[in-house]
Design a protein around this ligand. Sequence first.
Ligand code: COA
Length: 183
Amino acid sequence: MPSAAHSDILIRPLTSSDVPDTRSLHSLVLPVQYPPAFFTQLLCLSSRACLIAVRRSQPNIPIAFISAALHKSSLLPLPGGLSASKALNSPRPRIEILTLGVLPAFQQHGLARRLIRAIVDKLCGPLTAGILVHANVATTNTPALKFYERIGMRISSEIIPNLYRTCPYGERDAYLVSGRLDI
Ligand SMILES: CC(C)(COP(=O)(O)OP(=O)(O)OC[C@H]1O[C@@H](n2cnc3c(N)ncnc32)[C@H](O)[C@@H]1OP(=O)(O)O)[C@@H](O)C(=O)NCCC(=O)NCCS
């Protein structure tokens, strides 16, 4: 099994030359196909960011990724008039995790936790204690739901039907998970 020691793995911002491999990695670990424009926005918009994890020995090959958006003061919209918890309806800054994935061989070594901490620091700076973070997770994605629970996030909505309607396979319904992180 490849080494997943912290010191062997670097986390760094996505660059344009990383996009093809990072897009392939998204397709490998997530059931959603992300178009090239998604990655262009991550590179161009100051309110968005993408970090990748690489091994020191292969610094150009991503083994994990996270992308997120900083929403400065907008209420959280939910489709179809569904209700979210009160905390999510306060007009305060929040971070939305857009994508997160770790190659199976590198899972369960704390890498996703490191990526979340790093993207929060990148989007908000170091003074981020208590910022609200949220994500959508397929209702049947038990590993991801357990991961989010371990880092202090909780299911914060009813089931959102058909959120992943463009998915070629897999569950289409989702939960919103959110929390002020314990990372
Ligand atoms: C969910 C995912 C990102 C977690 O990545 P990871 O690097 O294995 O997570 P970490 O090692 O940082 O885990 C952090 C904590 O969550 C727990 N955890 C992670 N995966 C878990 C699982 N499958 N079951 C139970 N707990 C889990 C870890 O045990 C750890 O807890 P601890 O710190 O108390 O020991 C990874 O499983 C993945 O890429 N899944 C496929 C893509 C996906 O579903 N992405 C999320 C879409 S919203």
